[in-house]
Design a protein around this ligand. Sequence first.
Ligand SMILES: *[C@@H]1O[C@H](CO)[C@@H](O)[C@H](O)[C@H]1NC(C)=O
Ligand SMILES: *[C@@H]1O[C@H](CO)[C@@H](O)[C@H](O)[C@H]1NC(C)=O
Ligand SMILES: *[C@@H]1O[C@H](CO)[C@@H](O)[C@H](O)[C@H]1NC(C)=O
Ligand SMILES: *[C@@H]1O[C@H](CO)[C@@H](O)[C@H](O)[C@H]1NC(C)=O
Ligand SMILES: *[C@@H]1O[C@H](CO)[C@@H](O)[C@H](O)[C@H]1NC(C)=O
Ligand SMILES: *[C@@H]1O[C@H](CO)[C@@H](O)[C@H](O)[C@H]1NC(C)=O
Length: 261
Amino acid sequence: MDNWRVYPFTLSIVLMFLFPVIHGWGFDGHYTVCRIAQARLSGAAADAVEKLLSVTSEKELGNLCIWADRVKFRYHWSSALHYIDTPDSLCTYQYDRDCKDENNTRGRCVAGAIRNYTTQLLTYNSDSPNQSQYNLTEALLFLAHFMGDIHQVWDDNIIETSEKRFYDSNLEELIEAIQQNITAEWADRVKGWETCGLNETACPDIYASEGIKAACAWAYRGVSEGSVLEDDYFLSRLPVVKMRLAQGGVRLAATLNRIFG
Ligand SMILES: *[C@@H]1O[C@H](CO)[C@@H](O)[C@H](O)[C@H]1NC(C)=O
Ligand SMILES: *[C@@H]1O[C@H](CO)[C@@H](O)[C@H](O)[C@H]1NC(C)=O
Ligand SMILES: *[C@@H]1O[C@H](CO)[C@@H](O)[C@H](O)[C@H]1NC(C)=O
Ligand SMILES: *[C@@H]1O[C@H](CO)[C@@H](O)[C@H](O)[C@H]1NC(C)=O
Ligand SMILES: *[C@@H]1O[C@H](CO)[C@@H](O)[C@H](O)[C@H]1NC(C)=O
Ligand SMILES: *[C@@H]1O[C@H](CO)[C@@H](O)[C@H](O)[C@H]1NC(C)=O
């Protein structure tokens, strides 16, 4: 059975995008974003990432891309940084209106967190990588994860179903297919995905606006609570999921390349 069930929980918060569901993009979604990004880093950025990862036992950013989900309980303050609540029924996002936590503290949402960790990473100095006032290893892991979260429009069901059906349950094959599309079918859009406003290092508000539009146009359309979604839902949404994963990876790399020069 390949039917795909929407959790009633997800639907009870219809039009709340980047929903803080337990699954989120899951390991596979975040891994994919980081793998796509790591392959696109400039020499300086690759070097910085390698140095920052050296305090962990991992060389692959991909394997640590889920780290921010795992520390949610230890770093309780970080759980509000994984999503944005936009008002029900409005398919728009505005930083001033929407980027706050449940206590209305401004900037405490995934877009604010991307700015925060970008600013911290800008204090990185390749001559003395351990000399920042911040833990830049954690800043990197948060940034890499949140760049995935802000591109999320569904939980990980569609990714896992497509792996099983089209890629022999092999995540590497799915990643390769997305990478091929980045260099072929989407090649002329990639420059646009990478670009931020003049002098901007990170531009999460653009990604958040796209996310809420995609959620309204695709994720919730034609879906009623508790319904079992059929093949045509899965098949029509899959290309959107792949493109969001591609954009997340391309933009994470572009942001790290701007940060580390
Ligand atoms: C909101 O404030 C309450 C009471 O001070 C606190 O327990 C809670 O953790 C805060 N929530 C966030 C997301 O910071
Ligand atoms: C910014 O980063 C610091 C250090 O990790 C954290 O304490 C703070 O809550 C973060 N704020 C936002 C909005 O991301
Ligand atoms: C930074 O700290 C790590 C772990 O403590 C250490 O292995 C590395 O040599 C240090 N790098 C520099 C340049 O001091
Ligand atoms: C920075 O964070 C990483 C990951 O949590 C940790 O392994 C490392 O010990 C921290 N470094 C410092 C200097 O606290
Ligand atoms: C961009 O940076 C340059 C040099 O720092 C400055 O002269 C210019 O005014 C900035 N432009 C904007 C739109 O902030
Ligand atoms: C991506 O590439 C595959 C072939 O690998 C192709 O079938 C597909 O239509 C492309 N586009 C999208 C949006 O997935």
